[in-house]
Design a protein around this ligand. Structure first.
Ligand SMILES: [Fe+2]
Ligand SMILES: [Fe+2]
Length: 190
């Protein structure tokens, strides 16, 4: 059984995950308008993931006999002037979600709600992964935005090709290499 405090916080998280899903869907639309089709496809798929995060919370709350509710979902601010600005917004949104999950974990600990604490571990791990994905995407976008950065990626791609094609790494370690470079190259394995 959930305390009112935990129930309220879990429902706020349901709302936040619904907001995340909407935000990323809006971002995918904006990215499409900029012909960034692959990034748009990533954000569209990620919007679905956020919805799955929401449903997982929704189910957990209902399983305890309490009532899950979504509430009013905030309208995202869609005024991005560059894709880098959009990626900064996405990354900082993920950091805010992490802070919210951490607050929930704190509350569950304080109340000795071990079931909720256990349930939340999945979200703790998920936020670690998502912060990593969004920060590396932002990092790459910033690098590719400069001539020097593009040269650096080109160099990295050359190393990848050499490692694969000239036996610099043994075949059984080839899986550790990225499947393709961020830019340039073109000889990637799909
Ligand atoms: Fe999420
Ligand atoms: Fe997320």
């Amino acid at each position: 059984m959930l305390s009112n405090t935990i129930l309220d916080k879990l429902n706020r998280q349901v709302n936040l995950e619904a907001g995340s899903s909407n935000l990323y869907l809006h971002m995918s639309a904006w990215l499409l308008s900029q012909s960034l089709d692959s990034t748009a496809a990533f954000f569209r798929a990620h919007a679905e993931e956020e919805r799955a995060h929401m449903m997982k919370l929704f189910d957990y709350i209902n399983e305890t006999g309490a009532l899950a509710r979504i509430g009013d979902v905030a309208l995202p601010d869609v005024n991005w002037s560059t894709h880098i600005e959009l990626l900064e917004a996405a990354y900082s949104h993920e950091c805010a979600v992490t802070a919210s999950i951490n607050e929930l974990v704190d509350a569950a600990l304080q109340e000795k709600d071990y079931s909720t604490l256990n349930f939340l571990q999945w979200y703790v791990a998920e936020q670690h992964e998502e912060e990593h994905i969004f920060s590396s995407m932002l990092h790459k976008a910033r690098i590719v935005d400069t001539m020097e950065g593009r040269a650096r990626f080109r160099f990295d791609e050359e190393i990848r090709k050499s490692a694969l094609n000239q036996g610099w790494v043994h075949q059984h370690h080839a899986g550790n290499l990225p499947h393709h470079a961020v830019s340039g190259g073109g000889a990637g394995q799909e």
